[in-house]
Design a protein around this ligand. Structure first.
Ligand SMILES: Nc1nc2c(ncn2[C@@H]2O[C@H](COP(=O)(O)OP(=O)(O)OP(=O)(O)O)[C@@H](O)[C@H]2O)c(=O)[nH]1
Ligand SMILES: [Zn+2]
Length: 346
């Protein structure tokens, strides 16, 4: 078989959107608002009527009616240029230059391909906004079936012994998602006894906290406290999931941080950008644990969604181990919002 599989098509579509290339989905030709060039926009406009699609969250911020629920299709005015599109999609300047004129959102027509486009833009870690036209696919353009779903099939790529300062007997396993997704890591610390519940931490990547030691969040101290606890307990498994910024990617997380400096909290900032509070898929962690032969865990977390997802995926949570470390004057507000709005446990 030489033609691309659905998963290969998805990998290509993500890369195309990041590059600025349009993709074809169910009779629609669409590109990412963030990466599309002025020239390509002009070419699309010459071939049809431009439609911008934003997420329901972004529409809410802009007070635009989202007839399609989780997405809203917006008619692009004739005089609107790339900067206009960008201003609708990107909240960076919402406060400095409030949106001019009400947005006209569409009720007729099929939202399915547009919704798939926004899903792909999110998967590509771009702003969740696409622009395009109703048109047949030109030659050479990636054609995505509108009903494709992003499922993370995980393959173990490699594993090796890595002696850690806290525990010499440690191993790092690297897994790779299908469909051009991320790589995720599992760190086995010490000797993991699978006949009893295993001490486990599902850690989401935080470049700023884990690597730079940012005090704006608690990620770095949580990471190190979890590893120390595993070493002290004689064994444990740290899953290091590349779901930076709760799944929105580092560029979008920095956009969210900029909004936080404008006075919005961590949840509001995500919403203004057009994302849900949390875009992570926690099924991933449970899937990796099962792959590693772990069926029962003592889970180090304060996040009730992680507990619920473990149980929904048939991984028994024998105990929740709270993980409260690294509170600073700079992250106290952030931690309080997680308790108040995201249901984080004491
Ligand atoms: N979008 C966004 N992501 C953030 C922000 N601050 C931290 N993060 C990300 O949030 C994630 C933190 O994940 P976790 O350590 O799993 O935290 P948690 O969901 O609160 O769960 P527990 O720590 O297990 O209680 C990382 O991916 C960080 O990059 C923020 O203000 N906005
Ligand atoms: Zn962090």
């Amino acid at each position: 078989m030489l033609s691309p599989t659905p998963s290969e098509i998805l990998a290509r579509a993500r890369a195309d959107l990041r590059t600025g290339l349009p993709v074809a989905i169910g009779g629609v030709l669409l590109a990412s608002v963030e990466t599309v060039s002025t020239e390509r926009l002009a070419a699309m406009r010459a071939a049809g009527e431009l439609i911008l699609t934003i997420s329901g969250r972004r529409a809410e911020t802009l007070k635009a009616r989202a007839y399609d629920g989780d997405v809203a299709r917006v008619a692009v005015p004739e005089e609107a240029d790339a900067a206009w599109l960008r201003a609708v999609a990107d909240p960076a300047n919402d406060l400095r230059s409030p949106m001019k004129g009400p947005l006209r959102t569409l009720r007729d027509g099929d939202p399915v391909p547009w919704r798939a486009g926004v899903t792909l833009a999110k998967a590509a870690h771009l702003l969740p906004a696409v622009v395009g036209i109703v048109a047949p696919p030109p030659p050479g353009i990636t054609q995505v079936p509108p009903d494709v779903t992003l499922t993370a099939t995980m393959t173990e790529v490699a594993a090796a012994r890595v002696p850690l300062a806290i525990e010499r007997a440690s191993r790092v396993h690297v897994f790779r998602e299908g469909s051009g997704g991320e790589e995720h890591y599992a760190v086995e610390i010490g000797r993991v006894d699978r006949s009893a519940p295993v001490l486990v931490r599902l850690h989401s990547a935080c470049f700023t906290g884990d690597v730079l030691g940012s005090v704006k969040c608690d990620c770095g101290p949580q990471l190190h406290a979890a590893m120390d606890a595993m070493a002290a307990a004689g064994g444990g498994v740290l899953l290091y999931l590349n779901q930076e910024g709760r799944g929105i990617g580092l560029a979008n997380k920095m956009r969210a941080y900029d909004l936080q400096d404008q006075g919005f909290d961590t949840v509001e900032a995500n919403h203004r950008l057009g994302f849900e509070d949390d875009e992570r898929d926690f099924r991933l962690g449970a899937g990796l644990l099962k792959r590693m032969g772990i069926g029962s865990v003592r889970l180090m977390t304060n996040n009730p969604r992680k507990l619920a997802m473990m149980m929904a995926q048939d991984v028994d949570v024998a105990e929740r181990v709270p993980l409260h470390v690294g509170r600073t004057p700079e992250n106290a507000g952030y931690l309080d919002v997680k308790r108040a709005k995201s249901g984080h446990l004491e």
